[in-house]
Ligand binder design. Sequence first.
Ligand code: HMG
Ligand code: MG
Length: 284
Amino acid sequence: MAEHIEIFEMGPRDGLQNEKRLIPAAEKIALVDLLSTAGFRRIEVTSFVSPKWVPQMADAAEVMAGITRAPGVRYAVLTPNMKGYDAARAAAADEVAIFASASEGFSRANLNASIAESLERFAPVAQAAARDAVPVRGYVSVVTDCPFDGPTPPENVARVAAALRDMGCYEISLGDTIGQGTPETVDAMLSAVLDEVPATRLAGHFHDTAGRALMNIDASIARGVRVFDAAVGGLGGCPYAPGAKGNVATERVAEYLAGQGFDTGLDMGIVARAADMARGMRNV
Ligand code: HMG
Ligand code: MG
């Protein structure tokens, strides 16, 4: 039997958060509902962040209330602080994610906090989630390159990943936020992170700005990583990372992995329809 690699679908959150047009909640709900039939086990639906910072995600509660939940699918949301966590709980999110940066420049731009301050804010979220038996995922952004601070030293990524591990994150997703990583820099970064966190608890999160995401996925597979984040239609980008383009497209990753002999468990016909739907949301 082919070895399984999981794609964690990011389209409704990372894919849409940077779109200029304020997309109606009904369109987001339709996208999540279609994705729910494609075979994903985890879908990141939205973010409970400040609407002043990310207006596109201001309808998080409405979207969560409107989706039709499929059995066996976990619906995840971003929660930067306790305000976000309480709202995520009220919306019955199946899992939450806290998101840190490996560089001070990006931490300040994305969270208005130093790395240390952001970790202090995440600690009560992780504690509350443990109390409520809600799984917490951790992100580390700018794992190879930062738009403000330049190349990211691998040991800085390892340090933040270890802090998230210590808070109880069940998995840590390593984000090439601006898509400037190369197989060499990704490999060096993973080599450092693997001293702290085993590959079974890591995920790769590649933006495809420079067209190297698939090569970087390959480099991660070679290091044992078996979960990759991707967004249907290749939409996305972080509003606080100048130059950040789309997430690597789910349909490209799934096709590529199938060609490499891996099984993703996805229905490619539905993934293609969802990719069309997502691209259509951008082009209205
Ligand atoms: P701040 O301005 O320092 O926070 O922002 P504050 O505590 O001073 O609050 C400011 C206002 O926001 C207040 O409202 C709060 O109530 C409100 P006011 O009193 O002025 O009316 N507020 C909230 N509202 C709703 N939900 C909340 C919340 N928190 C505060 N949770 C803060 C600090 C962290 C809130 C802000 O910087 C923020 O929301 N940042 C999130 C930015 C973001 O979502 N970025 C994109 C996601 S990360 C990403 O894309 C990278 C990733 O894909 C991986 C990768 O690619 O590398 C994950
Ligand atoms: Mg991202």
